[in-house]
Design a protein around this ligand. Structure first.
Ligand code: NAD
Ligand code: UDP
Length: 329
């Protein structure tokens, strides 16, 4: 290993974002340790690196301590889609909180820099729009999304306390809705659901009247933001919003996906799930200023690439792409 090669740990490395991050870190010549318990991650996502001497995969649950020697840690381990994080809510909170404690403890021991994949969910159903980093959020502490939202909020607290108390070098990114190839086909998220439904000419499950908004960032743009944030001087801690500030309604997203695919799907209106945020869009002024980062991939380009990925999964007969989990309100 050359002196300039970094040893980088990615927790949740077999998941959607984690596997793209591993790709980028390997391409940049780093030594990557991917840690995952495969709850929502897939070995297929990292298969291309198995056999590469610079890549190592370890089955491990971040709720338990990990003793390894690394220079940088990206802490992504946590189910991210509502149906997955609500499947075992106690485990979701444990993963965020215990995972943060274990990764911060590791960072403290080996003096590594540590990155936290936080989320726009910490803003809850926001009263400030678009959301800026100084907005403290509107989260229901006892609702079905709280295991994720409050777990992530507590993780942020731990990151800043380890920074103040133990001088751990931290980088906290608040990630907004991100999509792209390798999203789990059965995770119930809006982009994967709508694309799979449209490809199969099944009804599009639109929750509520579809007027709720989101802003969708293509995965490559997001990973570029991660790398830029990790490379900042130690004085830069975040939290910093990372997302694409082009806001659209969920109904509009359905229409765009139907049009791009040329699908015959109709719209199937379903009840809005509890605590579903009515609007969400990042203010990325801070990311632009401190990272020189702006997303470059337009929604249409990103959707076409994601559609191509799911078409390929269907043609390969992927088990998960055959049935779509329906989120019941
Ligand atoms: P994902 O579900 O595809 O990936 C999460 C990974 O973490 C999976 O590989 C899963 O198996 C692993 N994991 C879960 N619990 C674990 C545990 N206890 N120990 C070890 N591994 C565990 O989700 P994703 O979209 O890639 O999200 C990655 C991170 O980014 C998450 O922390 C999520 O909260 C955050 N995030 C994602 C988005 C998004 O739009 N994708 C938005 C905001 C925040
Ligand atoms: N949604 C929908 N149909 C689906 C899946 C999701 O209308 O099949 C809506 C959901 O109610 C929410 C938005 O799409 O308003 C985004 O949902 P997702 O689960 O992708 O992520 P969230 O931003 O809510 O965490």
């Amino acid at each position: 290993m050359s002196l300039s090669t970094k040893r980088v740990l990615v927790t949740g490395g077999a998941g959607f974002l984690g596997s793209h991050l591993c790709d980028r870190l390997i391409a940049d010549g780093n030594d990557v340790l991917c840690v995952d318990n495969y709850f929502t991650g897939r070995k297929d996502n990292i298969a291309r690196h198995l056999g590469n001497a610079r890549f190592e995969a370890l089955r491990h649950d971040v709720c338990f301590p990990l003793y390894v020697e690394v220079d940088e840690i990206y802490n992504l381990a946590c189910p991210a889609s509502p149906i997955h994080y609500q499947f075992d809510p106690v485990q979701t909170t444990k993963t965020s909180v215990m995972g943060a404690i274990n990764m911060l403890g590791l960072a403290k021991r080996v003096k590594a820099k540590v990155f936290q994949a936080s989320t726009s969910e910490i803003y809850g159903d926001p009263h400030v729009h678009p959301q800026t980093e100084d907005y403290r959020g509107n989260v229901n502490t006892i609702g079905p999304r709280a295991c994720y939202d409050e777990g992530k909020r507590c993780a942020e607290t731990l990151f800043f306390d380890y920074q103040r108390q133990h001088r751990v070098r931290i980088k906290v990114a608040r990630i907004f809705n991100t999509y792209g190839p390798r999203m789990h086909p059965n995770d119930g998220r809006v982009v994967s659901n709508f694309i799979l439904q449209a490809l199969k000419s099944e009804p599009i499950t639109l929750f509520g009247d579809g007027s709720q908004t989101r802003a969708f960032c293509y995965v490559d743009d997001l990973i570029d933001g991660f790398m830029r944030l990790m490379a900042t001087p130690d004085t830069v801690t975040g939290p910093v919003n990372l997302g694409n500030p082009v806001e659209i309604t969920v109904a509009d997203l359905a229409k765009r996906i139907i049009d791009l695919i040329g699908s015959r799907s109709t719209i199937d209106y379903r009840p809005l799930p509890a605590d579903d945020p009515t609007q969400r869009c990042p203010d990325i002024t801070l990311a632009r200023e401190i990272l020189g980062w702006v997303p470059k991939i337009a929604l249409e380009t990103g959707l076409k690439r994601t559609i191509a990925y799911f078409e390929q999964l269907i043609s390969k007969g992927d088990e998960h792409a055959k049935t779509i989990t329906r989120l019941q309100a």
